[in-house]
Ligand binder design. Structure first.
Ligand code: 4AD
Ligand code: MG
Length: 430
């Protein structure tokens, strides 16, 4: 019976064949332990010389790391392995022999591993992170589909800059200038006026010269947008959504979290509602906790965000930032024109901002003034402004950065391990 490692549990006591790679191997004169992986999981294959016979035992001892093979064996329950099963090997057929696999069980430096990202992805740790990433994506579709959101795909090649013009990837679009999308938001607003509640999931690009553990040049964003939702409604969706993905990972990725050594007690607490503080309250907190220098109107950096997040065991919303710090489209607070109805969601444990969101300006006059004030090319935003001309309604939305969210939930230090092929300041290879 041909099967996969993930499915061996259905065949206890039976003989199965699995297409696999040899991840690692240990052997003595009498017994060989083959660590096998097939993409669906990891399992140990045991070859005992006295039972397997001379020839099979010799073959098992000779298999090199990352050779591909068909392994036949008897499925046994094994309470000692976290996976719960083991294979008593009865046959081995080499498909392709690998020579001198560069990533050996010894420690390698990060740059070396990044140069071999195409192979590094095969490791147990990377496998676990990718599975968690996949679970977050699955739970995202589940959450929004269950609530009547429609998935809409905004363009990647655009003529506008929602988040300011300084971090744009420029390209030519035949005779015109074009940019790689920084955010699909403006298009999602148009979609919300057509479909009510929408969400997108796609790549976004920031030509940011930042070299930190939180910054990628190319990252994936989930951007929901909701017609008739105000600032308050928007925060509710966000906290329920984030709690849903965390709880889904806890439920469906136990093995992966364990492999990464993640402290899951911290994740179990992630349930709605989340605490909220205003920018002003955050500033006051910072002044009392060793950051006397930050002034009203300054943006918060990573150390500030980390200090604030440390006071909570859940993600925390920082709301009502000064208008001058935020993009042109945010709705001002009626009672205080100098701040906007926005919130950044800061993850616990120093992972920083995972969501940026706001209520959007729906007044035609105000939005056209803001476009002028921000020196944006009026022609490029004409269509966006037109949304305010034909049945404009209050609406809100947000963007969740997938990689920062994966980093936080997996407990991995750097976002470079949370995307299959990271695009970093100095890296376009592999
Ligand atoms: O705060 P940002 O820039 O917000 C927007 O783009 C809005 N237009 C979203 C919206 O309202 N529809 O980005 C949103 C999130 C951040 O909170 C962060 O998680 C992630 O995207 N992000 C990055 N992730 C990795 N590398 C970068 N360089 C990132 N820049 C932003
Ligand atoms: Mg932001």
């Amino acid at each position: 019976m041909k099967t996969t490692i993930a499915e061996v549990g259905q065949f206890v006591g039976q003989e199965v064949t699995i297409g696999a790679w040899l991840a690692n191997k240990r052997s003595s004169g009498k017994i060989a332990f083959l660590q096998l992986r097939d993409g669906t999981g990891f399992i140990q294959g045991v070859v005992v010389k006295s039972e397997a016979g001379e020839e099979l035992f010799k073959a098992a001892k000779a298999v090199t790391q990352e050779s591909s093979l068909y392994v036949t064996g008897l499925v046994q329950e094994d309470s000692r392995s976290p996976f719960g099963y083991e294979l008593t090997v009865t046959g081995l057929e080499i498909i392709s022999e690998a020579a001198d696999y560069p990533i050996t069980p010894k420690e390698h430096g990060t740059e070396f591993l990044m140069d071999h990202r195409h192979l590094w992805l095969r490791s147990r740790r990377q496998h676990a992170v990718m599975k968690i990433r996949n679970e977050i994506i699955r739970a995202t579709y589940e959450f929004f589909n269950e609530r009547g959101f429609v998935k809409v795909d905004p363009p990647i090649l655009t003529g506008s800059a929602p988040e300011g013009t300084s971090e744009l990837f420029h390209t030519r679009y035949f005779d015109e200038d074009a940019y790689l999308s920084q955010s699909g938001q403006l298009y999602m607003e148009a979609a919300a006026m057509a479909l009510g509640k929408v969400f997108s999931f796609g790549p976004t690009f920031r030509a940011e010269k930042s070299k930190t553990r939180r910054h990628l040049i190319e990252f994936w964003m989930i951007e929901p947008e909701m017609a008739f939702y105000n600032f308050e409604d928007n925060l509710k969706v966000q906290e329920e959504y984030v709690a849903h993905i965390v709880q889904s990972v806890l439920k469906n990725c136990q093995l992966e979290l364990e492999r990464l050594g993640r402290d899951t007690s911290k994740l179990e607490q992630i349930k709605a509602p989340f605490p909220r503080i205003t920018y002003d309250e955050a500033l006051e907190f910072l002044h009392k906790n060793g950051f006397e220098d930050v002034k009203w109107g300054d943006d918060f950096g990573a150390p500030h965000e980390t200090a604030i997040a440390q006071s909570y065991d859940k993600p925390v919303f920082i709301t009502h930032y000064p208008t001058s710090l935020k993009p042109f489209y945010m709705q001002p607070d009626e009672s205080r024109e100098e701040v906007v109805l926005c919130a950044d969601l800061i993850a616990p444990e120093g992972y920083g901002e995972i969501i940026g969101g706001s209520e959007r300006i729906h007044d035609f006059q105000l939005l056209s003034e803001r476009i002028k004030e921000h020196n944006l090319e009026p022609e490029a935003y004409e269509w966006y402004l037109e949304l305010r001309k034909y049945g404009s309604v209050p609406h809100s939305g947000f963007g969740l950065g997938l990689e920062r969210t994966v980093a936080w939930i997996s407990g991995v230090e750097h976002v470079r391990e949370t995307i299959p092929f990271p695009r970093l300041l100095n890296r376009l290879y592999p």
